[in-house]
Design a protein around this ligand. Structure first.
Ligand code: UGA
Length: 436
């Protein structure tokens, strides 16, 4: 199958590469010439475990190409995937900005040849595929095409395995012909008996938002329960384990922390709220989750302040982890991007480390943060250490070595990585989230 992928951002690059790994011929198109040149040289613009190896392999074997030439890539494709960005609009109102999607639709329309399925892979509000269809039809009335919606459920840091072994694939199509093309594309997964859910286009579009919103609700729920645990001297880790054993609740996404971040949950929850408002409906539960997430970050700032004796002014804080989660260099909406500026503003000195995210962090965090080479350097002369992101590198630190470097052995574990008793025995003043 000949596939063209428009957009080599996170989703486009991972999806295009994995389709090539399935055996299809994939051409990835992007407007940014520099990015394409680098990709042709095997330089990957994001950090995603395993992606570089797969890009190299499929490029070498001739199944994966990178180009800026959309005009050449579209006519030969049986399916064109739109995987361009849908950021929150610059107006700051939470709406998804669909400019890039519609621009891509217009450009694709001109070059369509023979029957082609145009598939929305980007996360888009309900109704976008219909708009894409309308734009293509208006731009090129002769075009022989169908639109489809095929949302992605990849987690950053685990995207390749999520793609190769998904819980399900959701395909929103309305013509049998388009359904057959998508079935052919996902054939390797059919053979592995992956559940494929065929829906209407609108259902597929909404499924993506509903899935992310539900996960955001789950995280905010356990974060609020963590607060209650602290108030009544209960332990949220044991509680989450106990409730998670109920199959109806499930154990995943019940880890309290400094609030969810990333390029998806914050953006998609807002976009869902706007969509729902437009239709005169409500998603109060999602609204509450968004509010609770902001409150959680504020709570973490207060927690750090309390552990420093009531004021962060003049104190040195070592920070372990900056990215919104481990195994990525992505800083978008990372809790660190809210928490650290607030600490800086109150006069704290910050020494921060992240295994992969420091370059990105430098671009989006205020100046004045000292970036160091490892956790032990972050601990140097620190009045406290804050474990912000649960990278594996921070899971088995040499506690003695860490403590000996600190001015005061205070450890604030925002991901509950360490055992409180063990930390206490090692001489630390320790606190986690949701357990005293
Ligand atoms: C999320 C979804 O999990 C994917 O299914 C979806 O495809 C993706 O968004 C997307 O829309 O593209 P991602 O943003 O990569 O994936 O990361 P998650 O693993 O979901 O984590 C999101 C945030 O929630 C992180 O900040 C993480 O630390 C936090 N989190 C997650 C918790 O605080 N507690 C948990 O129990 C789980």
């Amino acid at each position: 199958m000949n596939i063209t992928m428009i957009g080599t951002g996170y989703v486009g690059l991972v999806t295009g590469t994995c389709f090539a790994e399935f055996g299809h011929l994939v051409t990835c198109v992007d407007k940014i010439a520099d990015k394409i040149t680098r990709l042709q040289e095997g330089i990957i613009p994001i950090y995603e475990p395993g992606l570089d190896v797969l890009v190299q392999k499929n490029t070498d074997e001739g199944r994966l190409r990178f180009t800026t030439d959309l005009a050449a890539a579209v006519p030969e494709a049986e399916a064109v995937f739109i995987a361009v960005g849908t950021p929150s609009s610059r107006r700051g109102d939470g709406y998804a900005d669909l400019t890039y999607i519609y621009e891509a639709a217009r450009e694709i329309a001109v070059h369509l040849q023979g029957y082609t399925v145009v598939v929305d892979k980007s996360t888009v509000p309900v109704g976008t595929a219909r708009q894409v269809e309308r734009i293509i039809r208006e731009t090129n009335p002769q075009a022989d095409f169908d639109v489809a919606s095929n949302p992605e459920f990849l987690r950053e840091g685990a995207a390749i395995s999520d793609f190769m072994r998904p819980d399900r694939v959701v395909i929103g199509v309305e013509s049998e012909k388009a359904g057959q093309v998508l079935q052919e594309i996902y054939k390797p997964l059919y053979l592995r008996e992956t559940p494929i859910v065929s829906t209407t286009i609108e259902t597929a579009e909404l499924t993506k938002y509903a899935a992310n919103a539900f996960l955001a609700v789950k995280i905010s729920f356990i974060n609020e329960i963590a607060g209650v645990c602290e108030a009544v001297n209960a332990n949220v880790v044991d509680l989450a384990r106990a409730i998670g054993m109920d199959g109806r609740i499930g154990s995943k996404f019940l880890h309290p922390g400094p609030g969810y971040g990333g390029s998806c949950f914050p953006k998609d929850t807002l976009a869902l709220m706007r969509l729902v408002q437009e239709h005169g409906e409500n998603v109060r539960v999602v609204e509450a989750a968004v509010e609770a997430n902001a409150a959680q970050k504020a709570r973490m700032i207060r927690k750090i302040r309390e552990m420093l004796g009531g004021s962060e002014a003049g104190k040195t804080i070592g920070v372990l982890g900056l990215t919104f989660k481990p195994e990525t260099d992505d800083m978008r909406d990372a809790p660190a991007a809210t928490i650290l500026p607030a600490l800086l503003e109150k006069g704290a000195k910050l020494r921060a480390h992240d295994p992969k995210g420091m370059e990105e962090a430098k671009k989006c965090l205020p100046g004045g943060i000292e970036y160091v080479k490892n956790a032990y350097e972050a601990a140097e002369d620190a009045d406290c250490l804050v474990l912000m992101t649960e990278w594996n590198q921070y899971r088995a630190l040499d506690l003695e070595r860490l403590k000996s470097r600190m001015r005061s052995p205070v450890f604030i574990d925002l991901r509950n990585v360490y055992d409180p008793q063990r930390m206490q025995a090692a001489g630390f003043v320790y606190t986690g989230v949701g357990r005293k």
